[in-house]
Unconditional design. Structure first.
Length: 292
């Protein structure tokens, strides 16, 4: 039995248009299934938690935010999780493995192949919040915040447009970042913490991240000028930015951040309204059963 949890507003309405095709294909393939539409933020988590004992697979139909919510409700349950990506960025599925079309995603769901993946945990003021793909800190998160007001573009186009709008008003913050026993300190333009490989619809900030290696990948960029950011962006798209002297790439199980001024963060692309100055991230190994 398969439960489809559908966020109708993800992908600027794309999910609502895809839903009839999901139902038609599930019927055509003889799948035993149920569909439920989310009504509000965090509703997907409630639905996944409520039904994880009744269904073999809980499928998130939406973007990375929907995937995050369904994962939070499916963790350590008897159910596996599946994804049909219909959001604007769809970065998590890049790490799992993108497929060509809806039919291929259904074939994956019916394959029965399940793998236990890691999940990240973000702690802010003693509150634990999971992430499946990644955390953005500083510029990366400000871009995500800016993108919330961009409705006519999707994927990389939306992100790149938001990058340009953010460049001219963003200021780097003084940060102290501890990565297990290593400390990186100084003015920091951005820090991307990845369980997955990309953010922003395809920017390969942590291109060597592995979803089940028990580690978080980190990309830390020291303060840079606007011309330098523009110069480096193509290498981020290609995942070859580690060669630049401003970039530090490393891995850790536990990462803590202290910033002299509050900074924006995003968690799987979702941006809290409040900026924060102290938080930590850690890995929870192989606790999410994913259909791959």
């Amino acid at each position: 039995m398969v439960k489809f949890i559908v966020n109708p507003v993800s992908g600027n309405g794309k999910t609502r248009r895809v839903l009839p095709h999901v139902v038609r294909l599930a019927n055509k393939l003889g799948m035993k299934f149920d569909v439920q539409i989310t009504q509000a933020p965090q509703h997907a988590t409630e639905l996944a938690r409520e039904h994880s004992s009744e269904f073999d697979i809980i499928v998130a139909v939406g973007g990375d935010g929907t995937v995050n919510e369904v994962a939070a409700g499916t963790l350590r349950s008897g159910a596996a999780m599946g994804v049909i990506p219909t959001g604007t960025g769809n970065d998590f599925i890049r790490a799992v493995g993108r497929l060509k079309n809806l039919h291929d995603y259904f074939q994956r769901l019916m394959s029965g192949k399940v793998k236990a993946l890691d999940v990240g945990v973000l702690t802010i003021r003693n509150d634990d919040l999971i992430f499946v793909n990644g955390i953005g800190i500083g510029f990366d998160a400000e871009v995500a915040r800016e993108s919330l007001s961009v409705h006519k573009l999707r994927g990389l186009s939306r992100y790149f447009y938001s990058v340009i709008r953010t460049l001219y008003k963003y200021k780097a913050a003084q940060m102290r970042i501890r990565l297990d026993e290593r400390i990186v300190e100084g003015k920091t333009y951005l820090a991307a913490i990845g369980n997955g490989i990309s953010a922003g619809g395809g920017f390969l900030l942590t291109p060597n991240a592995v979803l089940d290696d028990g580690l978080l990948d980190a990309c830390i960029v020291s303060d840079v000028s606007i011309p330098r950011v523009i110069q480096v962006i193509p290498s981020v798209l290609a995942g070859t930015h580690a060669r630049h002297p401003e970039v530090t790439m490393t891995r850790a199980k536990l990462i803590s951040v202290q910033s002299e001024t509050p900074v924006s963060i995003h968690r799987d692309g979702e941006v809290p309204s409040e900026r924060v100055d102290s938080f930590e991230m850690r890995i929870r190994p192989r606790c999410l059963n994913m259909v791959v």
